[in-house]
Design a protein around this ligand. Sequence first.
Ligand SMILES: CC(C)(COP(=O)(O)OP(=O)(O)OC[C@H]1O[C@@H](n2cnc3c(N)ncnc32)[C@H](O)[C@@H]1OP(=O)(O)O)[C@@H](O)C(=O)NCCC(=O)NCCS
Length: 156
Amino acid sequence: MRVETSKAGPDDLERLIDIFSDPDLKTSSEEAQWFVRCYLEYHHVIVGRVDGEIQGACFWRVEGERYCGLGWIENIWVEERYRRLGLAEKLLRRSAEDIRTFYEENGFKARKAILTTQVDRAAARRLYEKVGFRCAAELEDLYGPGEPDLLYVLNL
Ligand SMILES: CC(C)(COP(=O)(O)OP(=O)(O)OC[C@H]1O[C@@H](n2cnc3c(N)ncnc32)[C@H](O)[C@@H]1OP(=O)(O)O)[C@@H](O)C(=O)NCCC(=O)NCCS
């Protein structure tokens, strides 16, 4: 199996909308469309391919002013049947590299990658910790009432 990552382009739009329409991720396909279009047009998307087909993706954006050097990782997802192949780890490391490159090309220094996740997303938390993220805070009711979210930070 060939597992590789690359930057997403306009041709990847439909496949990304398809992936992000999964009910575990978005409440509706309209929401998925808005999210994917927004990130492809204004932000950054890294896709993961298995034997040439997109089976996962990681979305990131600049947080705050560019001189702050922060990259906010908004979402990472791997299709269920392609999990445990190391695809998410590749996507996350590649996204961290993409944040570094973005800041370097813009004359700034990348400082930190940040993300949040839910307490009960055990696989995601293990993944983040393996890549070097540290849990920095617990935030109540951030994205809505319910379980608290965890804020993870990686020094770049
Ligand atoms: C979390 C997720 C992205 C991991 O994708 P993946 O491609 O299967 O992960 P990888 O194969 O790259 O695993 C890398 C590391 O993550 C951890 N990990 C991944 N899945 C795990 C699981 N089910 N249980 C425990 N640890 C796990 C392990 O430390 C693993 O390293 P190892 O294989 O050396 O043990 C995937 O399970 C997913 O898409 N989940 C649903 C969406 C989600 O929760 N996204 C995060 C939103 S905040």
